[in-house]
Ligand binder design. Structure first.
Ligand code: ADP
Ligand code: GLC
Length: 495
């Protein structure tokens, strides 16, 4: 094998330590596969309150305690701790940057009381970004690649190309910036610019300035050596219009030649109905009838009547506008007139939490809702539901539709981003279809797709064949991890 690469993977969330969405799944799974392929990849993330020393066997790194880190006029002390991410095949080192004042809170990004971002998120993630660079310098570790993810680490790209441009340690280091969601950009008022510590000349259109404010995602996009998005379709969408680029579409356009769409994978060690410990009964395509035990358990969980002939539609999601809940709201009454049941697991915006809580009270025998975050229930829904609904307005990749395919739970999705790249419509392609796809972001189109799903469900032969095709799809990380490695290697060839 050619010389192994050294890679620092920087993320604001990683399972099992901290998670709000798919970023956490990706940030654990991709590094593990890259490690399996023989490379020295390590992860770095903030040490939030939920990251328990005892539970995760985290220990201090003595020479990395109380590092002074300057954020504007304030100096915060950061200490680095370490642990490992382990699965049956491999072990990846994880560094945690800690500071009690900044990270010991009940939620990662948002104050649960107000549902607004923490007011000092600029301090929190600017501290993190500088902390990452200082950690490398103190460790004397020279990664070939620093792989950044989303706005929380975007500043690192800008710092490396300015303040640290002459730092010998990073002379040959290349920076990759992955966009998981262009709608969340880390935008702060212009007063926050001094906190970045960046030279004044970077506060301009060609730098980190965005309509007079500081934009940390833009910092990542402008200064990284390569950009990736989490699906090929999303790479095209973000430069196509404001609906996807959220004001950064011109930047995406400008950087098109440096941008690569690489589809996320799924962690087969966690999401596999043949070995899943969190479901009632494991099953495979050969023992597909055992899926029923999960459907029964799911109905019992939500106190819904169980009937094998009535399709159960599952939803597991952040309850955010992105995910298309306004379409469901618009057609809820029509959906309830149909012979189906709906189970929802999610948390987020209050209007959607209220929508499903009220609906579950009103349609006791047809809707089950659990507002909150529950890993076990998420698995049971994937295993027990017949269909999985993701009518997203946009979806950079989406992991749940891939999990659903693997569990033989046919996805009903809008054709956008990673949903378009992973689900084939059964009506359009009866021989290869694995789900139900609608084009326009319109409630009627969504309802029609649900109707098509319900009518296909009534034909057992058609349905079982589609389930088996879905379960045979391979969306594991192998191929995508190879693409990242190829990208890393190509960058390192460039001067
Ligand atoms: P996003 O990252 O936009 O939220 P993804 O589909 O990429 O969407 O990933 C969502 C991940 O978060 C999946 O692993 C999903 O199972 C999980 N998830 C979302 N909401 C919940 C919840 N309320 N309880 C448990 N898991 C959840
Ligand atoms: C983001 C996106 C989601 C994607 C995930 C992981 O949260 O909303 O579509 O799957 O990141 O990349």
């Amino acid at each position: 094998m050619a010389k192994p690469l050294s890679i620092l993977f920087v993320s604001s969330e990683v399972i099992p330590f901290a998670k709000t969405g798919g970023l956490a799944d990706v940030s654990a799974a991709l590094p593990q596969v890259v490690r399996e392929l023989g490379h020295d990849i390590r992860i770095i993330m903030p040490k939030y309150a939920a990251v328990s020393d005892r539970k995760f066997k985290i220990h201090d790194i003595k020479r990395l305690t109380d590092m002074p880190i300057q954020v504007g006029e304030k100096t915060f002390l950061g200490s680095v701790k370490s642990s490992f991410l382990t699965n049956i095949k491999t072990k990846v080192q994880v560094y945690f940057i800690s500071n009690e004042q900044l990270y010991c809170r009940s939620d990662l990004y948002v104050d649960p009381k107000t549902k607004e971002s923490w007011p000092d998120n600029d301090d929190r993630f600017m501290f993190f970004s500088r902390g990452v660079i200082e950690t490398l310098i103190r460790l004397g570790w020279k990664p070939d690649i620093i792989h950044l993810n989303d706005w929380q680490s975007g500043l690192i790209a800008a710092l490396l190309k300015t303040e640290y441009a002459d730092e010998p340690l990073f002379k040959n280091t290349k920076v990759v910036f992955t966009v998981h969601n262009a709608a969340y950009q880390g935008v702060f008022p212009k007063e926050s610019f001094v906190k970045t510590g960046l030279p004044a000349k970077t506060f301009k259109m060609d730098g980190v300035e965005f309509h007079g404010q500081v934009n940390l995602m833009k910092a990542g996009l402008m200064y990284a050596d390569a950009i990736t998005t989490v699906s090929p379709t999303y790479a095209k969408e973000v430069r196509s219009s404001k609906d996807f680029g959220y004001g950064l579409e011109e930047v995406f356009k400008k950087k098109a030649r440096k941008t690569y769409g690489i589809l996320n994978g799924m962690d087969e060690t966690l999401w596999n109905p043949e070995v899943d410990k969190l479901i009632t009964k494991t099953y495979s395509a050969e023992t597909i009838e055992d899926k029923q035990a999960n459907k029964k358990a799911l109905c019992d969980h939500f106190k819904l009547p169980y009937d094998p002939k009535v399709p159960v539609i599952g939803i597991v999601s952040r309850l955010a506008d992105q995910k298309g809940f306004d379409l469901i709201e618009e057609k809820l009454e029509d959906l309830m007139k149909m012979d189906l049941q709906l189970v929802v697991l999610g948390s987020g915006e209050k209007k959607y939490e209220d929508l499903f809580t009220k609906a579950a009270k009103k349609f006791k025998k047809k809707i089950g809702a659990h507002i909150g975050f529950d890993e076990g229930l998420a698995h049971l829904i994937e295993a027990g539901a017949d269909m999985f609904l993701m009518p997203s307005k946009y979806e950079p990749c989406g992991l749940n539709q891939m999990y659903s395919l693997r569990y033989g739970t046919l996805p009903i999705v809008r054709s956008t981003g990673g949903l378009a790249d992973t689900v084939e419509d059964l009506n359009a392609k009866p021989k290869t279809g694995t789900g139900f796809v609608f084009e326009k972001y319109q409630a009627k189109q969504m309802l029609d797709a649900v109707k098509r799903a319900v009518s296909a469900f009534a034909d057992e032969k058609i349905w079982t064949a589609a389930m088996k095709r879905a379960m045979a799809k391979d969306y594991s990380w192998g191929a995508s991890a190879e693409k990242y490695i190829e990208l890393y290697k190509n960058l390192l060839k460039k001067k």
